[in-house]
Design a protein. Structure first.
Length: 410
């Protein structure tokens, strides 16, 4: 049974790697086509119905791209569809969310210091909340707001702020930021699945039937694709945010995540404008730096339980399972003696101000809560503690392994 933790970690690793690969493919295609669209130049010699052209050089050759604003006069023999990058990214991301935040929900999803929920309740909120954004956003796009893209995006941003705050009231900081990213990514993939691809299929069907396609379908697809382009960078950051405790491990993590959205918009606006005009608006970099300075300031506000609160709080069933084991005391002292100099609410290691990945290992509840991580990082592997920080003897590692395996194999 004890090998299940190792097997499960490798499954998570594999799904995460798949998610990274598909995300790079989707983001690359999205950025390329938006840039290409903005760089198109008119030419009187273009075929009838063509909107613009672009010449590019890459890989030892020249590429000549022509865009038809609605559609060419006849259906081409070969047509490449760009859809599976989006679907694969969302599906692999959803699978990873389930592996880490549903199966591992007692550790990574729920924060007992914020609200007491059963795991099934947290999972229900996790899964159910992801659809809310798409439903609201889609209705706004179909309403008169669709004619005012700037106002629509401001309202969408307001929805994201509310969701960021709401997630932070229930979930751990790490889970809150990740769910905000999944919430936004669901909107993006739903745009592809429910709007962009169906509208393009209508145009293709009209061509095949010899009908003249309606230009409105292309306009709808382009609008949704542009929205996706501006949402991409914030989603990338939120998906990587678990590596940055300064972002998720503070009281104002939800504000930080919202400000990151703004930096994503300013950066994309710079490059989109540069692709279109040849010169980007430099003020966007000043605004981005200013926002990042505010984020850095907010990150200095600590979050989570204090040492006293952790000691006083009743242990959750998950924590109790590991803390009540006969081998816990020896493992606890092994962890505290070798790890708490860094993994503390106020680390004693010089130059370190926050615990790595916001994993705190001081009280019995702390160590019990992070049992699997301790086992994987300092038990079956020697990843922690860093060898140049402290030499953890093998007896201490054996104590950790014996404790974890005696709990999970029982």
């Amino acid at each position: 049974m004890y090998d299940l933790a190792i097997l499960w970690d490798w499954i998570a690793f594999s799904v995460r790697w798949l998610h990274v690969i598909t995300a790079m493919a989707w983001i690359g295609a999205s950025f390329y086509f938006v840039a290409l669209d903005l760089m198109l130049k008119p030419n009187a010699d273009l075929p009838k119905g063509a909107f613009g052209e672009e010449w590019e050089v890459h890989g030892g050759g020249f590429y000549h791209t022509v865009k038809y604003l609605v559609a060419p006069a006849r259906m081409p023999e070969h047509l490449t569809w760009h859809k599976w990058q989006s679907y694969s990214t969302w599906l692999s991301g959803a699978a990873l969310l389930m592996i880490i935040y549903w199966v591992g929900g007692e550790l990574f999803l729920l924060d007992p210091s914020k609200v007491e929920l059963e795991l099934w309740q947290g999972i229900l909120i996790s899964g159910g909340s992801l659809t809310i954004g798409w439903l609201l956003y889609d209705q706004m796009c179909k309403s008169k707001l669709g004619e005012n893209p700037t106002l629509l995006m401001l309202i969408l941003f307001a929805i994201l702020v509310v969701m960021a705050w709401g997630y932070n009231q229930i979930f751990t900081g790490r889970a809150a930021l990740l769910h905000l990213g999944a919430f936004t990514a669901t909107i993006m993939t739903a745009n592809v699945f429910f709007q962009i691809m169906p509208n393009q299929r209508i145009v293709v069907a009209d061509l095949q039937a010899g009908r003249t396609p309606d230009a409105k379908y292309g306009k709808i697809a382009k609008l949704r694709s542009t929205h996706n382009n501006y949402l991409t960078l914030p989603v990338v950051f939120l998906m990587l945010s678990n590596h940055y405790p300064l972002a998720f491990g503070t009281e104002y993590a939800w504000i930080i995540s919202c400000l990151i959205f703004l930096t994503g918009v300013t950066i994309r606006h710079y490059f989109n404008t540069m692709h279109k005009t040849g010169k980007g608006p430099h003020w966007t970099w000043g605004v981005t730096v200013l926002i990042m300075m505010v984020i850095a300031w907010l990150s200095t506000v600590p979050g989570g339980e204090s040492y006293e609160e952790s000691e006083a709080r009743a242990l959750t069933p998950y924590e109790q399972k590991f803390a009540s084991n006969d081998n816990f005391e020896e493992a606890y002292y092994a962890v505290v003696g070798s790890c708490s100099m860094c993994h503390a609410r106020e680390p004693s290691w010089e130059g370190m101000h926050w615990a790595p990945k916001d994993v705190v290992l001081e009280t019995e509840a702390d160590v019990a809560r992070h049992a699997t991580q301790v086992y994987m990082q300092a038990g079956v592997s020697h990843a922690m503690p860093p060898p140049n920080a402290i030499q953890m003897d093998q007896d201490a590692r054996n104590a950790i392994v014996a404790w974890y395996r005696s709990v999970t194999s029982g």
